[in-house]
Design a protein around this ligand. Structure first.
Ligand code: COI
Length: 389
């Protein structure tokens, strides 16, 4: 008997430690500004250069004039906070990150609202998640308010780079890595934190068009006790070969199954996954420790719940999902993440199956609700939006 949504029991938790951390108020940007002071003599692109760079934006290939930086050393802690010119890093070839991958990162966006103000979304969520990831990778934690301050100071320095086109944003990429030159396998004693900023358009160039998914049965993204819940480069590096497998099969993205039963859906590698049933219930895989707890996932659970929908964390087996799509019990499947926002899955294929999914009404509804809040077109009843500038 295929496993179906009957296994759904737990109400989707809005009360994870990350969601609780995100709800702690952050001081106003004006109170945090200046913790990462703008260094002297940093050059800026001309208006013409910037205008050229902001034309026809894609994801993650254009960068602004500056970056935020701080350095941690064992014993002294975090120091050297500042906003410096964006540019290549000087790194010892023995830097531990290059050998052992001791690195974590975040993804968060700055949105320009119609009145010109610049906002971000739940920055404390990302601050707390960076530290969850850092703990797993034996990296030092960054005080959450310093994380937010680094966004404030960088975005204020590069405010002119925040695009205003539809679906455009300034994608912010905070990251922490082991820079100590040392080949022994132990936590590094010198660690750098940077935030770079990339004016970006949609992650998927075809916008809200449904994407196709290859479910790999050859690779797993993460294992129990591993780093699946952490946002660390190795998880993404290990997804590249299976992503190539997906591309070779003509698919946009790869979906991973759990490594224990090899039956249950986990995530797409850079996005969480949700399933909409014919009774309106929305199901998403349990946070088993092998899945990244997405900020977008968390916000969507709240939005759907407040819209009166039943949302459950579930064990979603591939076999059960295929049976439910076939019977019409599953109407929609969508992926969500900071970069990708919300995107419908229109095709699910793998060894021995190839199915299409027609529905996308709830997907569009939740996409519009979320971006409405993020871009300031809808009121934000949750206090999710934080004014940066
Ligand atoms: C994000 O959504 O911010 C990520 O880091 C995922 C990556 C696929 C861009």
């Amino acid at each position: 008997m295929p496993e179906t949504s009957a296994a759904a029991s737990t109400p989707a938790s809005l009360e994870t430690p990350l969601a609780r951390a995100a709800a702690v108020p952050v001081p106003d940007a004006d109170a945090l500004a200046g913790r990462f002071p703008l260094g002297p003599g940093t050059a800026a692109a001309s208006d013409a250069e910037r205008a050229r760079a902001l034309t026809d934006l894609h994801f993650g290939s254009v960068f602004t004039d500056h970056m935020a930086h701080a350095r941690w050393t064992r014993g002294a802690g975090w120091a050297e906070h500042g906003v410096v010119a964006y540019g290549d890093l000087t790194l010892s070839p023995a830097a531990a990150v290059l050998h052992y991958g001791q690195e974590v990162f975040e993804g968060i966006k700055a949105y320009r609202h119609a009145d010109g103000s610049i906002w971000t979304f739940r920055p404390r969520y990302n601050a707390a998640r960076l530290n969850v990831s850092a703990r797993r990778l034996a990296l030092p934690e960054l005080p959450e308010e310093d994380f937010v301050a680094s966004l404030v100071d960088l975005v204020r320095a590069d405010a002119r780079w925040v695009p205003s086109g539809e679906g455009e944003s300034l994608y912010l990429r905070p990251f922490v890595f082991a820079s100590e030159p040392f080949l022994g396998v132990r936590p590094a004693g010198v660690v750098d934190y940077y935030v770079i900023a990339s004016p970006s358009g949609a992650y998927f160039t075809h916008g809200l068009e449904p994407i196709s998914i290859w479910v790999t049965q050859n690779y797993h993204r993460a294992g129990r006790g591993g780093t699946g819940f952490a946002k660390t480069g190795g998880n993404y590096a290990s997804s590249l070969l299976p992503q190539g497998e997906a591309a070779a099969k003509g698919c946009d993205q790869v979906c991973f199954l759990d490594d224990v039963t090899e039956r249950n859906l986990e995530e797409l590698g850079g996005m969480n996954i949700m399933v909409v049933d014919d009774d309106g219930t929305v199901r998403t895989p349990h946070l088993t420790g092998t899945i990244l707890e997405g900020s977008t996932r968390s916000a969507i659970i709240r939005l759907l719940t407040d819209a009166g929908r039943r949302v459950v964390e579930d064990t979603i087996s591939l076999e059960g999902l295929l049976a439910d799509i076939d019977s019409g019990r599953v109407r929609e499947v969508f992926a969500c993440g900071t970069a990708a926002v919300v995107v419908p899955l229109g095709r699910l294929t793998g060894e021995g199956f190839d199915v299409t999914i027609e529905g996308c009404a709830v997907t569009h509804e939740i996409h519009d609700r979320l971006i409405g809040i993020q871009y300031g077109a809808h009121e934000d009843p949750y206090g999710w939006m934080y004014r940066l500038a």
